[in-house]
Design a binder for this molecule. Structure first.
Ligand code: GTQ
Length: 350
């Protein structure tokens, strides 16, 4: 059934243009010239696939260490800006990413904000972050969360630089114009629980008696790499591999089974050497960080080559195919839970 069409109005294009100009002075515009760009038949991100080479970024980060202290900078971070979103501090249209450096003896002062943060520890031992009154020692590969409005400060008690990847939902918070920020009265927050307390309460497949979640975020702040690596390894040995994802797991809030924070999901996956994943698309643009291994990924029409600690972006709805040349572990994060909560998330296999 086709719609009955009304006869076309014969009118000169210049007459229409003159009308559009008059509309403009009333802060109004015709929808019909904008509709196709406004409501697209499928996701059309304004940002592009990109990859940041870790050796290059590390050298720049160390250079920044000679220019400013963590304390003066508040956070000494090199923001990873999508090449098509320069000046916006966005790696995708909804997420922020950066590489943060803390040198031995330094402190990044305590503060809190509406934006939620996640960290993937990249290198160095002796670093810590304190979240909500408890200190967490960082080890390479650990996944750490800083839920919305929790005080957090970072420090380095060791003898080597500590570097991690930050992921924040700042563009989402700003899109909703819901940003708040507050400094803590002192440089470091009061520690009210011994280290490991949250892990004992929530991280041992046990829960406190009659526990009801008090927030939308996980009460567990650190997901140690040793445990997630072991899980990936065992599942690889048990098989089978998923054709699109290899062995892939999502980090979970142990009290709800949901994502660790309401706006961002994080994943870890093992891809054995020589594996070639099948094409996969999803609406959540995803930031990857290579924990171990080497390979390349075809992202739409482009191919990015990656090695240890490189960061790369797969835009929303871009078709992705991973081809590790060595046994590889990829960490990734996206805004999937926010999309799911709004009924918007979609995926396509093959
Ligand atoms: O560690 O609190 O990369 O507040 C950007 C903003 C890190 C942090 C960032 C932040 C932080």
């Amino acid at each position: 059934m086709s719609h009955p069409t009304s006869p076309e109005i014969q009118v000169q294009e210049s007459v229409r243009r003159e009308f559009y100009q008059r509309l403009d002075s009333y802060s109004a515009a015709p929808l019909w010239t904008a509709l196709a760009k406004l409501v697209t038949s499928e996701p059309r991100p304004d940002y592009v696939p990109a990859c940041w080479n870790y050796a290059q970024m590390r050298a720049l980060l160390m250079e920044s260490g000679d220019l400013i202290t963590a304390s003066e900078a508040e956070r000494r971070v090199l923001v990873l800006e999508n090449p098509n979103l320069r000046g916006l501090s966005q790696i995708t249209q909804s997420l922020y990413a950066g590489l943060q450096l803390i040198l031995p003896g330094e402190i990044a002062p305590s503060h809190r904000h509406a934006a939620a943060a996640l960290r993937l520890v990249i290198e160095g031992n002796g670093g810590y972050t304190a979240v909500d009154g408890e200190r967490i020692t960082m080890h390479p590969g650990d996944f750490i969360i800083t839920p919305s409005w929790t005080f957090h400060d970072h420090g380095n008690l060791g003898s080597e630089p500590v570097i991690w990847l930050d992921g924040l939902d700042v563009p989402i918070v700003n899109m909703f114009t819901t940003s708040f920020f507050e400094g803590y009265p002192q440089e470091t927050q009061a520690i009210v629980r011994p280290e490991g307390d949250a892990a004992a309460r929530f991280g041992a497949t046990l829960l406190p008696l009659e526990y009801t979640p008090q927030s939308a975020s996980s009460p567990l702040f650190v997901y140690p790499y040793s445990r997630s690596r072991e899980a990936l390894d065992q599942l690889y040995r048990n098989g089978p591999l998923d054709a699109h994802h290899g062995i892939k797991l999502q980090y979970a809030n142990p009290a709800t089974g949901g994502s660790p924070m309401p706006t961002m999901a994080a994943f870890t996956q093992f891809l054995p050497a020589g594996f070639k994943s099948e094409n996969y698309q999803s609406t959540d643009g995803t930031i990857y960080c290579v924990v171990e291994g080497r390979g390349c990924s075809r992202i739409g029409e482009e191919t990015v080559e990656w090695g240890p600690h490189d960061v790369f972006v797969v835009p929303a709805w871009a078709s992705v195919q991973h081809q590790p040349s060595e046994d590889s572990v990829l960490f990734s994060f996206s805004d999937r839970p926010a999309q799911k909560a709004l009924g918007l998330w979609r995926e396509k296999r093959g």
